[in-house]
Design a binder for this molecule. Structure first.
Ligand SMILES: C[S@@+](CC[C@H](N)C(=O)[O-])C[C@H]1O[C@@H](n2cnc3c(N)ncnc32)[C@H](O)[C@@H]1O
Length: 290
C-alpha cells in the first residue's frame, strides 16, 4: 500500500483554484470538516480552526502508519474507537484513509444514544458505508455480537475515567495488533490513595504526594498510566509514550501507542505488583493485574 497517496499536497502541488482551501487535503470531505466545526459554516478556515486541523493531522500522522501496516499485512482492517463521542477521530480516519479503499471498517462505541444517532446519520449522509456506531459501554462491547471477533486496532481518545481501562481489556481480549490511547482523568486510583491515606503515611514517605488533594489527583493520574503501561507490557506489547503536541491546551495529552510483539517484558507484572503494594493500592489489583 502506498502511503504517498495519503500525504497532504504541498502548496506548490495544489491547483491554484479558488475552491482549494489551504491545509485541507485533496479529496477531504468539506461537509465533514464543517460538521466537525473545523471549517466554518461558509467553508473557511479561521485561526482557531486551522489550529484544530493541525491537531487532527498530528494525531492522524501517528495512526496512519498503523493503518497502513495492517492493510498491507492482510488487505483489510477493523478498528474500534471507544468512548467515541461525536466520532470525529473515526470520521477523520475514514475520510483520510479508508474512504479511498474497498475494505476496512471502523466501529464507534459510545454510551450516549444521541451521539450514536448523530454519527449514524452523518455517516449515512456522507456515504461512509463501512462505519458502524454501537450504543454500548466499552465493557458490554466485549460480549457484543455486533462486533467482529477480530479487531486490529483499538483507539480510546479521552474516554472517561476507567473507560480507558475497559478499552485496554477489550484490546487484550481481541488480541489487537495496535492500541492507541489518550487517557482522560482517572479518579479511581486517586480515590483509593485517599481512602488509605492514614495507613500509607506510616508505610511510605511517598505518601507525602497524596497529602494535598491536587497532588493526589495528579499523582493518581500519572501512576494510573504507569500501571496501564506495565499491564500492556506484561501482555507482550511494546510501547511508545509521548506527548500529543498541539493539545497543549489540555492537561490530558499523553499518547500511548502499543504494538503487539508477543514478547512480554520479563519484570512488568512483578513491577506492577510491587507498585500496588508500595502505594497501598491492592484494592485495584483486579483492574491492573490479569
Ligand atoms: C471526553 S469524551 C471524548 C470523545 C471523543 N473520543 C473525543 O476525543 O472527541 C468521552 C466520551 O466517552 C463516552 N463514555 C464514557 N464512558 C464510557 C463507557 N464506559 N463506554 C463507552 N463510552 C463511554 C462519553 O459518553 C463521552 O462521549
Amino acid at each position: 500500500m502506498s502511503r504517498a497517496r495519503h500525504k497532504p499536497a504541498t502548496p506548490e502541488a495544489r491547483p491554484a483554484t479558488p475552491a482549494v482551501i489551504p491545509d485541507v487535503r485533496p479529496g477531504q470531505s468539506i461537509e465533514l470538516l464543517k460538521e466537525l466545526h473545523i471549517l466554518t459554516r461558509d467553508g473557511k478556515l479561521n485561526q482557531d480552526s486551522r489550529r484544530k486541523l493541525k491537531q487532527v493531522y498530528h494525531l492522524y500522522n501517528f495512526i496512519e502508519p498503523l493503518l497502513d501496516e495492517v492493510m498491507s499485512a492482510r488487505g483489510d482492517l477493523t478498528l474500534a474507537d471507544h468512548g467515541a463521542g461525536k466520532s470525529y477521530l473515526g470520521f477523520i480516519l475514514y475520510d483520510l484513509f479508508l474512504k479511498a479503499l474497498a475494505s476496512g471498517h471502523i466501529y464507534g462505541i459510545e454510551t450516549r444514544e444521541e451521539l450514536v444517532a448523530k454519527s449514524r446519520e452523518l455517516a449515512s449522509r456522507l456515504g461512509f458505508e463501512r462505519m458502524s456506531f454501537l450504543n454500548l459501554s466499552v465493557e458490554d462491547s466485549m460480549r457484543s455480537a455486533e462486533l467482529p471477533e477480530r479487531i486490529d486496532i483499538v483507539t480510546a481518545l479521552h474516554a472517561c475515567n476507567t473507560a480507558t481501562d475497559d478499552a485496554i481489556r477489550f484490546a487484550l481480549e481481541k488480541h489487537a495488533r495496535f492500541i492507541v490511547l489518550v487517557p482522560c482523568c482517572q479518579a479511581e486510583v486517586a480515590a483509593t490513595l485517599r481512602k488509605h491515606k492514614n495507613d500509607s503515611f506510616g508505610r511510605t514517605p511517598l505518601s507525602e504526594l497524596w497529602r494535598h488533594p491536587i497532588h493526589t489527583r495528579e499523582f493518581g493520574s500519572q501512576i494510573t498510566n504507569v500501571l496501564r503501561c506495565l499491564l500492556l507490557e506484561s501482555h507482550g506489547y511494546q510501547l511508545t509514550v509521548t506527548e500529543l503536541v498541539g493539545w497543549e491546551h489540555s492537561m490530558k495529552n499523553e499518547l500511548i501507542i502499543a504494538r503487539a510483539t508477543g514478547q512480554r517484558r520479563g519484570n512488568a507484572r512483578e513491577r506492577l505488583e510491587q507498585i500496588l503494594a508500595e502505594l497501598n493500592l491492592d484494592d485495584l489489583r483486579e483492574r491492573f493485574v490479569y
